[in-house]
Design a protein around this ligand. Structure first.
Ligand code: GLY
Length: 385
């Protein structure tokens, strides 16, 4: 697919208006609860502050404030802040690496917007928790499970989006260790997750005794050797953020390699299937969230590029966002309280380790990254990542 051949898009203002109407609908239904990770028949169940996904709802509210200037969104985030501090202080569902997904769009965002001490404190505690999962043997942040457990002695590509919390923590405190851990994880992870054809590996195991990398495996992709669409998207956005922080050539090259793979494997109907093994006619569900993530990655990279390359990235991102709006954005709050249709959290296959979850539904990170893309396209955004 040639992105430059997609239709030009001038619908940003309309998309923002409609997105805000969706956020209003969700906020009226959620009250002080969080959106659950995925919708059920296009409506989000209410959730406590658990799982790896609640930060995206708080982040959506931060973005809605930025897009509208309406104080009500910030007031709603403010009411959630005690829950964010409580969660990390009392270790509620935080024995995993997803501290960035949880605390960057929520607390780092809110701190940047308001200077909230609670948000800053919670985000720094989350960064400490992420650092505590660093394994000297292997030089990586262990994604899931009990620390040191041989069955869980692995990193996953998604962690690239958790690292900005560590870079932020060093900027905030001047403590070098956060950044050092992020750099060591990056130096281990980037060469392992990238295949020669520029597709990506979802998870990579290490020998806990020697620290040697042993083998790649998928958890959420179709099979070990396939390219899970969202994993590829984490690779695109994650390497753009790594380039911003490190200026190391591997991050730059990985950004263009993963992006090229992603774009050149898009179907003619633009919205990717959940795994790039599938194409038009497969009958498999799509994952709109992966495209929203990639658009954000392109717009991040554009901020660090030469004029010509930045223009190309921004033009492509805008066209892709137009496709996302036309094909997936909810345009009527009577049918759903989500933002983006056609997401897939997890699709069971004979070769992966998940059950079907949120198949052809809205998901809360797709909603968030879609709003982030709209905010970025407006210009002048200070990233929460
Ligand atoms: N980080 C988990 C996922 O992308 O499903």
């Amino acid at each position: 697919m040639k992105v430059s051949e997609l239709n030009a898009w001038n619908g940003l203002d309309e998309a923002i208006d409609r997105a805000l109407a969706q956020t209003d609908k969700a906020l009226s239904l959620m009250g002080t609860s969080f959106k659950y990770s995925v919708s059920e028949h296009l409506w989000y169940p209410k959730s406590q502050n658990v799982e790896w996904t609640t930060g995206f709802w708080t982040g959506e509210l931060n973005l809605a404030y930025e897009l509208s200037g309406r104080q009500g969104y910030l007031d709603a985030v403010s009411r959630q802040m005690p829950s964010w501090l409580d969660r990390i202080e009392n270790r509620i569902d935080v024995d995993h690496h997803d501290m960035g997904f949880l605390y960057s769009p929520s607390c780092v965002g809110f701190y940047q917007l308001t200077g909230s001490h609670t948000a800053r404190k919670a985000a720094l505690l989350a960064a400490d928790n992420l650092v505590s999962r660093f394994q000297e043997k292997g030089q990586f942040i262990q994604a899931w499970g009990k620390l040191g457990d041989p069955d869980n002695y692995r990193l996953i590509i998604d962690c690239l989006l958790n690292l900005p919390l560590l870079f932020w923590a060093t900027r905030e405190t001047d403590e070098k260790n956060y950044r050092d851990v992020a750099l060591r994880h990056l130096h281990t992870a980037l060469p392992l997750v990238m295949r020669p054809d520029h597709s990506t590996v979802h998870t990579y195991f290490f020998d806990p005794k020697t620290g040697k990398p042993t083998h790649g495996r998928t958890a959420q992709g179709y099979r070990d050797g396939s390219a899970w669409a969202r994993g590829q998207a984490w690779g695109v956005y994650g390497s753009a953020l790594a380039w911003r922080e490190t200026r190391e050539q591997i991050a730059y090259d990985d950004f263009y390699a993963t992006l090229d793979f992603f774009l050149s494997h898009l179907p003619s109907s633009v919205i990717p299937f959940w795994d790039f093994d599938f194409s038009e006619g497969s009958g498999e569900p799509r994952d709109s969230s992966s495209l929203a993530i990639v658009i954000c990655g392109m717009l991040e990279m554009a901020d660090h590029e030469t004029r010509a390359k930045a223009d190309e990235l921004r033009d492509g991102a805008r066209r892709l966002c137009g496709e996302l709006f036309n094909r997936c954005a909810v345009k009527n709050p009577e049918i759903s309280d989500g933002q983006l249709l056609h997401g897939t959290y997890a699709r069971k296959s004979p070769y992966n380790t998940v059950r079907n979850r949120g198949v052809d539904e809205c998901n809360v990170w797709g909603d968030y990254y879609y709003l982030e893309a709209l905010r970025r396209l407006k210009g002048g955004w200070k990233p929460y990542w």
